[in-house]
Design a protein around this ligand. Structure first.
Ligand code: MN
Length: 497
């Protein structure tokens, strides 16, 4: 279900007609070599397409408007090979509405000491051409990414690749539609928010349905469909009966199979990409959706519990941004649950009452059926596993009343070597950067939620760039965070926003 368009990125080289045809031919040739090298690098998740060199206001304006109009164009990469007087760029930039990358590079890697002359200087002057271009983009207050370095460097190519994923997040954000089953959990503050503002800022469409509407879809699922999907569960996952009879256990699992099929059908027919549930509003559903939601998340749907539509949309967004990453480690909804506080080795056990995405699992998940007081329904079936060790980002989008703030915390997932035989839920154990003592204090100061959208496969830089493109505040909690500076940053941001 996670399908994105065959996106491309345009490569637009800036110059002017002052230098004569010979020079412009060389400019075009160099741009072609760079674009071919970028595409051949195998580092970029999307293709770069070379556009004719831009030399005046009319060609610049046309290029940007064509980029706007092309549904497959996800952004423009600009580079000033020579000087390109920036007043020429004003109209085009004013009308441009997609992600912009300013690649500040130079065709030649080194100064050719023996042969350098004024012709060479005039042809290869990105160092000042790109400053002229950068000035007008800054003056116009346009959000863009700047990547500096030689185009053949692996590091530069990797940064372009990383930015491309952010750009896809920007492009696809406005296609995210969140299905709310019921409303937010009663009395909870942080899962609430301004849905109109979220659509203005992020393009998210967030709609509520009665549980009865969805439950009809679940009730209409055929017995044979439930049998087939349940058989598949038994092939894919381990079974831990914990004293239940195999037949009774399977009956519980079958309920989740019905929920999965019914929910997917509803999501597909109504074109939603993320879903929230609320254990207080289960209507005719026999169990709180557990295994069903876990599998939908693994397929690419966003999810937030207790009506948390902001986190559901963020999980979906992050799944889109990680689409197609080779050996991706996974993206999931999580909740800060329980602390582990041995001095100097503090960490947080991440979990939820059921709904953690199996893409983050370190081992083959097992099915369990256990009592759950929340929801007051049958004992729900769920997948249980621990999560992979390694670095990731935990993100929380909060509504401060007059604006959104994205909080991004670098975290280190620790190996989970000690079994927790009585805990029937999936978990991760992570250490927030710079450590739990400072990380948790900063998180709470920033108003971060107990729910997060987490990914091993994205960086704080990517999430912050996405937030910048959306025009919202982003604060980072990482190895460099100190409380004194962080408090000031929040104060400054209050003034700035
Ligand atoms: Mn929760």
């Amino acid at each position: 279900m996670l399908k994105t368009k065959k996106y491309k990125f345009w490569f637009a080289t800036g110059s002017q007609d002052l230098y004569g045809d010979e020079c412009l031919k060389e400019v075009a040739k160099h741009s072609q070599i760079i674009v071919e090298a970028l595409n051949a690098s195998k580092k970029l998740p999307f293709k770069v397409e070379l556009k004719p060199t831009l030399i005046d206001s009319a060609s610049i304006r046309k290029c940007f408007n064509d980029a706007n109009a092309d549904p497959n164009c996800a952004g423009v990469i600009t580079w000033m090979h020579t000087f390109s007087p920036a007043k020429m760029w004003i109209l085009g930039l004013q009308e441009y509405r997609k992600p912009l990358l300013h690649l500040h590079t130079q065709f030649n890697r080194e100064i050719p000491y023996d042969t350098i002359d004024m012709d060479f200087m005039n042809t290869n002057q990105s160092a000042h051409g790109d400053r002229e271009f950068g000035h007008i983009v800054s003056r116009m207050g346009i959000e863009r990414k700047i990547i500096v370095g030689h185009w053949s460097d692996a590091n530069v190519q990797e940064r372009i690749a990383s930015w491309m994923r952010t750009a896809i997040g920007v492009m696809e954000s406005s296609h995210i539609r969140v299905l709310r089953i019921g409303d937010n959990m009663r009395d909870v503050a942080v899962t609430e928010g301004d849905k109109v503002e979220a659509e203005i800022k992020f393009g998210w469409e967030i709609d509520a349905y009665n549980v009865t509407d969805i439950a009809e879809y679940v009730d209409a699922v055929k017995k044979s469909e439930i049998k087939d999907l349940t058989d598949l569960y038994y092939e894919q996952y381990g079974v831990v009966l914990e004293g239940r009879s195999p037949a009774e256990f399977r009956k519980h699992v079958e309920v989740q199979a019905g929920i999965e099929i019914g929910f997917r059908r509803f999501l597909e027919e109504h074109n939603y990409h993320a879903i929230v549930t609320n254990f207080q509003m289960l209507g005719g559903l026999k169990q709180l959706p557990g295994l069903a939601i876990q599998r939908l998340m693994a397929e690419g749907y966003g999810f937030g519990a207790e009506g948390d539509w902001k986190t559901a949309a963020m999980v979906r967004l992050m799944k889109i941004m990680t689409t197609g990453i080779k050996n991706a480690k996974g993206t999931s909804f999580f909740e800060d649950y329980t602390y582990h506080l041995p001095a100097g080795n503090e960490s947080i056990l991440q979990s939820h009452m059921l709904e953690i995405c199996p893409t983050v699992a370190a081992e083959k998940p097992v099915m369990k059926v256990q009592f759950l007081s929340m929801g007051q329904r049958e004992d729900p079936a769920r997948l249980v596993f621990t999560s992979k060790p390694g670095r990731g980002v935990a993100c929380s989008l909060v509504d401060l009343g007059h604006r959104f703030r994205l909080i991004v915390n670098d975290v280190e997932c620790l190996p989970q070597d000690t079994p927790m035989p009585k805990l029937p839920v999936a978990t991760a154990l992570w250490k927030p950067m710079p450590n739990l003592i400072t990380g948790a204090e900063a998180w709470i100061l920033a108003g971060g939620a107990h729910h997060t959208a987490f990914s091993y496969d994205l960086t704080a830089e990517q999430m912050g760039d996405w937030a910048a493109a959306m025009g919202i505040e982003c604060v980072y909690i990482d190895e460099a965070t100190t409380i004194r500076n962080f408090r000031n940053e929040l104060r400054w941001n209050d003034a700035a926003f």
